[in-house]
Design a protein around this ligand. Structure first.
Ligand code: NAD
Length: 260
C-alpha cells in the first residue's frame, strides 16, 4: 500500500534517516532525501537508491535550523513527489557538555534542528494529509526522549519535546486517518554516535573501543548496538496499514536500556 506514495525523510543523507528512506523505497515509495554532506557523495546515494528501488528520489539540502529552510524543503518535496504522504522528522545533532558549561550556540542549534524543525515540517504537511484522509508522521526521538543521562541536557530536552509534539499531533490528526508516532532508538551504529563516543572516550581517557564497551555495559542489556536497518524496519512498519491503530506512541528500540 505504500507503492507510489511520497515520503520526505529529513536527515537522510546518512545514518538512521538513510536506513528509513531505503526501507520505504524498498516498498515502492518515492523519496525526498534531505540533509547536509558532500554533494558528490549525496548524488551517488540518491542515484543508487533510485536505481536499486526503481523509484523517484530527490534531495534537498535545506538548513533545518531555520524555519525558512524547513518551508523551502517542504515546498521542494511537494514539487518532486506530488504529495507528501509520509513525513519522517529525523534530522538531529548532538553536543555533549555539562549544563552549566553548555555553549549557547550549540543549545540554540540543538533545539532548532532536533525540535523546532519537526514542528515546522509537521505544521506544513498536516493540512494536506488531513484533506486526503491518510498520512504517516514518524518522529525520531531517542531513549533520551524517555530518560536522561548526564551532559546531554539540551538534547534530552529537545527529545522529550518531540515526544510531546508526537502526542499532540496524534490527537489532532487521528480523526483524519493520519498517525504520528515517535521512535526512541538506543545507541545506534551511525556517524553521530561515532562522534559522541570519540568525545566521550577523550573525556574519560579511554580508547574508543573501551568507551563503547563501557557504554554498552552500563546502558544496553543486549550488549550490542542497534543497527540502522532495525530502526528503518520499525519506521516502515509504522507507515504501513497494519499500524493504522498505533498513534501517539513513543516506541523504544534500545536493547532494553529503558527497562532499567
Ligand atoms: P547522522 O549524523 O548520521 O544523521 C544526521 C542527519 O541530520 C544527517 O543527514 C545530517 O545531514 C542531518 N542534519 C544535521 N544537521 C542538520 C541541519 N542543520 N540541517 C539539515 N540537516 C541536518 O546521525 P544519526 O545517528 O543517523 O541521527 C539521526 C537521528 O537519530 C537524530 O535525530 C538523532 O538524534 C537520532 N538518534 C540517534 C541515535 C544514535 O545512537 N545514533 C540514538 C537515538 C536517536
Amino acid at each position: 500500500m505504500l507503492k507510489g506514495k511520497g515520503a520526505l525523510v529529513t536527515g537522510s543523507t546518512s545514518g538512521i534517516g538513510l536506513a528509513m528512506a531505503k526501507a520505504l523505497a524498498g516498498e515502492g515509495c518515492n523519496i525526498m532525501l534531505h540533509g547536509l554532506g558532500d554533494p558528490a557523495e549525496i548524488e551517488r546515494t540518491r542515484r543508487a537508491l533510485a536505481t536499486s528501488a526503481a523509484v523517484t528520489v530527490g534531495h534537498d539540502g535545506a538548513d533545518m535550523s531555520r524555519p525558512e529552510g524547513v518551508a523551502a524543503m517542504v515546498a521542494h518535496a511537494k514539487e518532486v513527489l506530488g504529495t507528501i504522504d509520509v513525513l519522517i522528522n529525523n534530522a538531529g545533532i548532538q553536543h555533549v557538555a555539562p549544563i552549566d558549561e553548555f555553549p549557547l550556540d550549540r543549545y540554540d542549534a540543538i533545539v532548532a534542528v532536533n525540535l523546532s524543525a519537526a514542528f515546522h515540517a509537521t505544521r506544513l504537511v498536516l493540512a494536506d494529509m488531513k484533506a486526503r484522509k491518510w498520512g504517516r508522521i514518524v518522529n525520531t526521538a531517542s531513549t533520551h526522549g524517555l530518560v536522561a543521562s548526564v551532559h546531554k541536557g539540551p538534547y534530552i530536552m529537545a527529545k522529550h519535546g518531540i515526544v510531546g509534539l508526537t502526542k499532540a499531533t496524534a490527537l489532532e490528526a487521528a480523526p483524519f486517518g493520519v498517525t504520528c508516532n515517535a521512535i526512541c532508538p538506543g545507541f545506534t551504529r551511525t556517524a553521530m554516535l561515532e562522534r559522541v563516543m570519540e568525545a566521550h572516550a577523550k573525556e574519560l581517557g579511554l580508547t574508543k573501543e573501551q568507551a563503547y564497551h563501557a557504554m554498552l555495559k552500563e546502558k544496553t542489556p543486549t550488549l550490542r548496538l542497534v543497527e540502522e536497518e532495525e530502526v528503518g524496519a520499525l519506521a516502515l512498519f509504522l507507515c504501513g496499514d497494519m499500524a493504522r491503530s498505533i498513534t501517539g506512541t513513543a516506541i523504544p528500540i534500545d536493547g532494553g536500556w529503558t527497562t532499567h
